[in-house]
Design a binder for this molecule. Sequence first.
Ligand SMILES: Nc1ncnc2c1ncn2[C@@H]1O[C@H](COP(=O)(O)OP(=O)(O)OP(=O)(O)O)[C@@H](O)[C@H]1O
Ligand SMILES: [Mg+2]
Length: 421
Amino acid sequence: MIFAVVKSFIFQLVIKVLVVFTLFKIFTSNYSNDFLVNYIDELFLVVLWGVVLHQFLYFDYFKTKIKNLPRVFGFKNIVEKSVFNWKDLRSENKKITYFDYVESIKDGVIVLKNKSGLIDYDLYEKNSEQIKHYLKTSTLKIEKVRDNGIKIDTKDRLDYYNWDGNKFLKDGFIFFGLDEQGQEIFIELNKTTSYFINGQSGSGKSVFITQIINGLIHNLDKVSKIFLLDFKGGITFHKYGKISKKIIVGYQLDQLHKIVDYVYQENKRRMKFLKDKGLEKYETDPIFLIFDEWAEVVESCPKKELDKNDYLLFQQTLQKIESLGQLGRSQNIKLVIQTQRGGTDIISSKLRGNLQSRILLRVDNNDAVKMCLGSLDYLEKLGNIDPLSFPYGRFVFLDSSSETGLKVRYGQGSYIEPKRI
Ligand SMILES: Nc1ncnc2c1ncn2[C@@H]1O[C@H](COP(=O)(O)OP(=O)(O)OP(=O)(O)O)[C@@H](O)[C@H]1O
Ligand SMILES: [Mg+2]
């Protein structure tokens, strides 16, 4: 590093001296016909230095992947930016900086060593976004290995896998996916909360919900009712309707009104029961109200100018759902709302705020990440993961079911073939 600083300093100085010297020569000359003869020595010197500088520039800048060349006449930033050679991060025994070299690459783990003393960990940490981009990975962990080494772990430990009923169905629990260590993420049925699931089209939201529903069906004896609302014409949910009387599927407006009103009245009844008995929480039989693609529900609102009554009825239903989000918790009434568009035009902040647990699948912008998780900080905490390049079924899960507060998990949901539902 010291060497790089000195080299850069000398380089800057030499350019400045050269420019000043050349300008001085030109302005103090009287441009006679024999200019070339008089100044041939200086011109030779300039050409010579030009060659040397070109070499210097070539090795230090052009070979690197850094696009913005540091300002030649300023001293700022020059060293740091000139020392990386991204291309070599992918090949063993290659120099990355003046002193850092790639010692080994195995199973997606790159180990870098520093020949002389301390490795500049901050340099890698600061440039992690660029490294990630260059290595085309959505997961990247940079760790220090003693004082003279760095481990860049790009391995994706969350591979694709199929649903396995033997492993993922468990009494009293709901399966959500596997974590980075390959451990099953199970949430106790009576600790489940309300869920907001957000991801772009095709990110795996419906498949993800199917996992939850499979878990609920396995525990049907401990569930009061499951309402499945699917305004994409009943494609995702219709097959569940035949399983049990406890499962009710709806895909039309009149069914939506009926179902929501039923749950709303049941919530009121349970509230009264708690009040009469002097209890705080309704302990048994949760009711689940699950929506596949909430945006479709909202957009099926009748036009006010065409039919005012239908419009008002729809607004009432929306208010009842909001109220269930707000008041349903103690009565064991849970909402699962899944959507590809999480903006306030689709889901009110009041309703979203009452869906305590969040599941983020692949999205196409960071605003969606913020909207779902509340902050981008979790991504860094989980090792600079990138939801914009998540594969199918990959998720960040803000789980509010634990007593110790919000737990952040990173995992992969299983793939469920439609015929296995
Ligand atoms: N966990 C998974 N593992 C592997 N592939 C998956 C997984 N989840 C989903 N897929 C694939 O992605 C496709 C789309 O999944 P899904 O229908 O769940 O997406 P979606 O987010 O609900 O999309 P849309 O918003 O269009 O309804 C599936 O048909 C499947 O091929
Ligand atoms: Mg879907």
